[in-house]
Design a protein around this ligand. Structure first.
Ligand SMILES: [Zn+2]
Length: 157
């Protein structure tokens, strides 16, 4: 969850300071893609009332729920062989690639796989093509120098 400092942090939706006058909530880090509509919520604090009034609330809660399902070492199972990934370095976790469920790339949201199985993954080429297309269509722009989508593509190449 986002770190919220009462009286200092601002609501990402209305810009007002988050203090104890209104109920507040936070969202976990979701995406580093500044072009994703949910980027604004990523790792941010907000008023419950502002979130309630926001048209993307349901999508946000859905994505957070999907992320919660794969978080934690006990859930680190490779999509290829179903085995628990015991070495953290072996794990590739996509997280939320896109919040737009109409995007074909959304089928790859929150996938976890063991790098050692990458050549056994039957959707590897499909994923790389979709990721390339997503970037070529300028739907991905990273916040900061690290482009996680390009990183996943390179790791799987
Ligand atoms: Zn607010």
């Amino acid at each position: 969850m986002a770190i919220i400092i009462q009286g200092l942090s601002q609501c990402v939706l209305c810009g007002q300071t988050l203090d104890n006058s209104k109920e507040i909530t936070g969202a976990p880090p979701l995406t580093s893609n500044i072009k994703d509509p949910l980027f604004i919520f990523s790792d941010a604090g907000m008023h419950v009332s502002c979130l309630d009034a926001h048209p993307l609330k349901e999508n946000l809660l859905y994505q957070i729920q999907q992320g919660d399902r794969v978080r934690g070492a006990a859930n680190a199972r490779c999509i290829v062989d179903g085995e628990l990934i015991t070495h953290p370095d072996d794990m590739l976790g996509f997280g939320m690639l896109t919040s737009d469920l109409g995007e074909p790339l959304a089928a790859f949201n929150f996938i976890i796989l063991n790098r050692n199985n990458k050549y056994k993954w039957d959707k590897r080429n499909a994923f790389i093509s979709l990721a390339e297309e997503f970037i070529r269509s300028r739907k991905w722009e990273s916040y900061g120098p690290f482009n996680s989508l390009e990183y996943f593509m390179k790791e799987l190449a």
